[in-house]
Design a protein around this ligand. Structure first.
Ligand code: NAP
Length: 251
C-alpha cells in the first residue's frame, strides 16, 4: 500500500534538506520523481542519487514565486511521465526578525514563497489531476502554524504563512474531494536540515530540552510520513494536518 509504482510525483524545493529526502524516498517507493528547485544544477545532483539507487527522475528548474516556471514544471512533468499523481509542496524560506522590525517587503517575500508558492504549484498540478480524477497533495506546514500551545518569537510572518497553509489545505480538501484528490498537511517540529541549522545554538539547546524524544528529527522521518500521505495507505485521510515533532506539542 505504501508503493508508488507507476505514480508521478513533483517535489518542490528538492535540491537539499527535506525536499531532497522526500524525492529519494518517494523514488525508492517506485515513483517517477520531478526534482524541482531554483538551481537546476543542484536538482540534477539529486536526480543522479535517485538513478544510483535504481529510480527514475528528472530535474526541473522552478522558482515557485514565478507562475511561468511553475506552469513549465507541470508541463515538463506531463511531457516526460504523462501525468501527475503527487505534489509535495515543500519549498520554503525562514527569516528571523522581531515583529516590530518587520517590513512589508519581509512579509511579501515570505508569503510569496511559503503560501503563494504552494497555491501556484497546487493550482497548476490540480489542472492535470482533475483530468485523471485522482491525485494527492502534501503541503509542508510547521508546528509554528498556531493554535498548538507553542509560540515562536521573531518569525511571526513565517508562522502566519504556515497557519495559512493549514487553512488552505482544509479548504482545498473540501473542494477537491469530488475529483478524488486528497489534500493534507504535515506540521514538522525541529528537523535537521540547513534551514534549522541557521538558528542560534542556545535556542536549539532550549528546543531539545522541550522535546520528549530529546533529539532533533531526521529529514527521512518526515519523508516517511510524506510517503504515507502520498500513497494509498492513507486513502481515507484528507483535510488533515499531521504533526511530527518528537512529542513536543504533547508537553
Ligand atoms: P531547506 O533545507 O532550507 O530547504 C528548502 C528548499 O527550498 C531549498 O532547497 C531552497 O532552495 C528551496 N527554495 C527556497 N525558495 C524557493 C523558491 N522560491 N522556489 C523553489 N525552491 C525554493 O529547508 P527544510 O528544512 O528542508 O524545509 C522544507 C520545508 O519544511 C519548508 O517548507 C519549511 O518551512 C518546512 N519546515 C522545516 C522545519 C525544520 O525544522 N527544518 C520545521 C518545520 C517545517 P535554496 O537553498 O536555493 O534557497
Amino acid at each position: 500500500m505504501f508503493e508508488l509504482k507507476d505514480k508521478v510525483a513533483i517535489i518542490t524545493g528538492a535540491r537539499r534538506g527535506m525536499g531532497r529526502t522526500h524525492a529519494l524516498i518517494l523514488a525508492k517507493a517506485g515513483a517517477k520523481v520531478v526534482v524541482s528547485d531554483i538551481s537546476l544544477e543542484e536538482c540534477q545532483k539529486v536526480v543522479e542519487e535517485i538513478k544510483a539507487q535504481g529510480g527514475n527522475a528528472i530535474a526541473v528548474k522552478c522558482d515557485v514565486t514565478k507562475r511561468e516556471e511553475v506552469d513549465e514544471m507541470v508541463k515538463k512533468a506531463v511531457k516526460e511521465f504523462g501525468k501527475i499523481d503527487v505534489l509535495v509542496n515543500n519549498a520554503g524560506i525562514l527569516q528571523f526578525k522581531p515583529f516590530m522590525e518587520l517590513t512589508e517587503e519581509d512579509w511579501n517575500k515570505i508569503l510569496n514563497v511559503n503560501l503563494l508558492g504552494y497555491f501556484r504549484c497546487a493550482q497548476a498540478a490540480v489542472k492535470e489531476m482533475i483530468k485523471q480524477k485522482s491525485g494527492t497533495i502534501v503541503n509542508i506546514a510547521s508546528i509554528g502554524m498556531g493554535q498548538t500551545g507553542v509560540g515562536f518569537p521573531a518569525i511571526s510572518h513565517y508562522c502566519a504563512s504556515k497557519g495559512a497553509i493549514v487553512a488552505m489545505t482544509e479548504a482545498m480538501a473540501l473542494e477537491l474531494a469530488p475529483f478524488n484528490i486528497r489534500v493534507n498537511a504535515i506540521a514538522p517540529g525541529a528537523i535537521d536540515t540547513p534551514m534549522s541549522q541557521g538558528g542560534d545554538p542556545k535556542t536549539m539547546e532550549a528546543t531539545l530540552a522541550r522535546i520528549p524524544l530529546h533529539r532533533i528529527g531526521k529529514p527521512e522521518e518526515v519523508s516517511n510520513l510524506v510517503l504515507f500521505l502520498a500513497s494509498d495507505a492513507s486513502s481515507y485521510i484528507t483535510g488533515s494536518t499531521v504533526i511530527i515533532d518528537g512529542g513536543w506539542l504533547a508537553t
